[in-house]
Design a protein around this ligand. Structure first.
Ligand code: CA
Length: 227
């Protein structure tokens, strides 16, 4: 397994490289953000360890975002000296898989890397699809075939939830709990109304079968014959 370490503090970078190599990983080290991003997007890594604060035009967060925008699903562990909750949230929201606060024990870092490698790769893909419909969670874009579809925020949320549960009937109640927040004003027909909006955009304009199926008396599902 090949690991990329992007860390400007040479002492830490060297310690990481040594520890990872002892665990039989192939390790590349980059000491600045620009160079690191170039490596991250051109070489096939199995895990990336990225420091949050880096010299150059790209810090850790912008590297993670740029990598995910290119649909590279490699697990990423972010390192940081900052321990505040908002920094952790920003890191994970940007597309990182895990977060480790400095100083850390090398044993812990190695355990986290092993855990990241155990996850199935599909879980890291940013693209959800059914038939010729695709939704890119990094770009927040939706396409059917080559045609871009513009959705409102709620329509997008509803479609993403249905796609994540593809080929499974989902009750209206479950949809409500996952797509609408606790304080939302929900009427008995709100879900139906949004399903109608969504069908008008993703199914109606396209010839061929409708992807959103009604499960009578229960809810809805998105069908994908391929999988
Ligand atoms: Ca640093």
């Amino acid at each position: 397994m090949r690991v990329l370490v992007i860390e400007d503090e040479h002492k830490i970078a060297r310690a990481l490289k040594k520890a990872l190599e002892q665990e039989h990983y192939a390790v590349d080290v980059s000491y600045d953000g620009d160079d690191g991003l170039a490596m991250a997007t051109t070489e096939p890594y199995d895990v990336m360890i990225v420091d949050r604060m880096l010299p150059g035009g790209h810090d850790g967060i912008s590297i993670v975002k740029a990598v995910r925008e290119r649909s590279i699903g490699t697990p990423i562990l972010l390192l940081t000296a900052l321990g505040r909750v908002e920094d952790k949230t920003t890191g994970l929201d940007s597309g990182a898989d895990d977060y480790l606060i400095k100083p850390f024990a090398l044993e812990e870092l190695l355990a986290r890397v092993r855990a990241l490698l155990r996850r199935p790769v599909e879980q890291h893909s940013t693209v959800l699809d059914a038939d010729d419909l695709s939704l890119d969670t990094a770009k927040r874009s939706v396409k059917r075939g080559n045609k871009e579809i513009r959705l409102t925020s709620k329509e997008y949320g509803l479609l993403e939830f249905l796609l994540r549960n593809k080929n499974r009937p989902i009750s209206k109640n479950t949809i409500m709990q996952h797509v609408w927040d606790y304080d939302a004003d929900i009427l008995p027909n709100t879900i139906e109304v949004y399903i109608k909006y969504l069908r008008a955009k993703i199914d109606k304009p396209f010839k061929g079968k409708g992807l959103i199926k009604t499960v009578r008396g229960f809810g809805y599902k998105i069908e994908d014959d391929k999988k």
